[in-house]
Ligand binder design. Structure first.
Ligand SMILES: C[S@@+](CC[C@H](N)C(=O)[O-])C[C@H]1O[C@@H](n2cnc3c(N)ncnc32)[C@H](O)[C@@H]1O
Length: 334
């Protein structure tokens, strides 16, 4: 008698394999949903690198230029040589609690561009240490791309009868999520209180060749705008928000994360369509945890069945592979 040995993998058909993978994936999502926070880090991105961190600073590369920025979380020691740090193209030095100046060590331009997935993004060094790009949000961009691609496939195969999804991007800043979203086949209403930030986002739109994509640019206070949208009966299939700890609307309307967020979520719960695709809430330097963010989302969007991921965004340092925590998030998807 001939004994045929088949490996486990060879013995199962592709169909069974896919089914097994799906069961395992759902099991994992179930476990994550109830127990774990997750840490998300960007996948390899040629035009950005966290090179090193230490002594309350981080050394980063945006395209061809290296910059040093303060970071209160970096309490450990630097790993790379002091000369590498000193020779960075631009170094941010604080002059007050929330402002600083950039010292340029070489002929560093005031503005330059970097690439992300066919988008061209303008990097500018602001007096608040920002660059116009939050690279750690790359996992959110991939999440949006994946969900919209899946939705697009369902549209094409007739499974879904939905029209082009309509997405609301609140505190949209320089518009990267907005551009990713329209590039993935949705239309976007982008809201920000700052005229310069909207101007920057429009520059990114032009640089990326997306001028003809359906984006509504709204310069307004998020709460006032969303209240108006509820009165108009408008609905959105997805909501992205990146609220700051403190901010203000164009007419001085005060935004305070801990007291304003529940109000905003309550309004947004009336704006979500009956076929929602996703919700993303991201935050930096706030006094609440990712767990509280998740509790809030569950409280205000009670009727939504699906998956919730929550946890921290982090950047992986090239020199040591250490993870540097940058912010918190919660995401819901169908
Ligand atoms: C820098 S971004 C988001 C990044 C991140 N969450 C942070 O805290 O640094 C914050 C954006 O929110 C906008 N903003 C602040 N308060 C706002 C308000 N009440 N209504 C609309 N936009 C607001 C700012 O203009 C800015 O572009």
């Amino acid at each position: 008698m001939k004994i045929v040995r088949t490996s486990f993998y060879a013995a199962i058909s592709t169909q069974q394999g896919i089914l097994l993978y799906k069961v395992f994936y759902l099991f994992l999502r179930f476990i994550l949903y109830y127990i774990y926070m997750i840490i998300l880090t960007p996948s390899t991105w040629t035009d950005y690198d966290l090179l090193d961190s230490g002594d309350y600073k981080k050394l980063e590369r945006f395209g061809p230029y290296t910059v040093v920025r303060p970071d209160p979380q970096v309490m450990w020691k630097k790993n790379l040589s002091e000369s590498l740090w000193k020779n960075a193209d631009a170094i941010f030095e604080r002059i007050s609690e929330d402002k600083g100046i950039w010292r340029f060590h070489k002929k560093t331009p005031q503005r330059w561009t970097i690439k992300y997935d066919n988008l061209t993004l303008l990097v500018k060094l602001s007096p608040f240490k920002h660059t116009g790009v939050f690279p750690e949000q790359e996992p959110h961009w991939r999440f949006i791309q994946n969900i919209l691609a899946k939705n697009h496939n369902q549209l094409n195969s007739g499974v879904s009868t939905a029209r082009k999804p309509s997405i609301l991007n609140l505190f949209g800043y320089t518009g990267i999520s907005t551009l990713i979203t329209v590039k993935s086949g949705a239309k976007v209403t982008h809201v920000d209180a700052s005229y310069p930030a909207i101007g920057w986002a429009k520059e990114n739109q032009k640089l990326s060749g997306l001028e003809n994509e359906p984006i509504r640019w709204i310069e307004d206070d998020v709460i006032k705008f969303c209240q108006r949208e509820v009165r108009r009966g408008n609905k959105y299939d997805g909501i992205i928000m990146d609220p700051p700890a403190f901010g203000h609307g164009p007419k001085g309307e005060v935004w305070k994360f801990n007291t304003s967020l529940p109000t905003l979520l309550s309004i947004c719960s009336q704006l979500i369509s009956d076929k929602p695709l996703f919700i993303i809430i991201n935050a930096y330097a706030v006094s609440i945890s990712a767990l509280s963010l998740k509790n809030l989302l569950q409280e205000y969007f009670k009727g939504l069945n699906g998956y919730i991921d929550f946890g921290e965004l982090a950047l992986q340092e090239r020199s040591t592979k250490r993870l540097l925590s940058t912010g918190i998030f919660v995401k819901w998807s169908k």
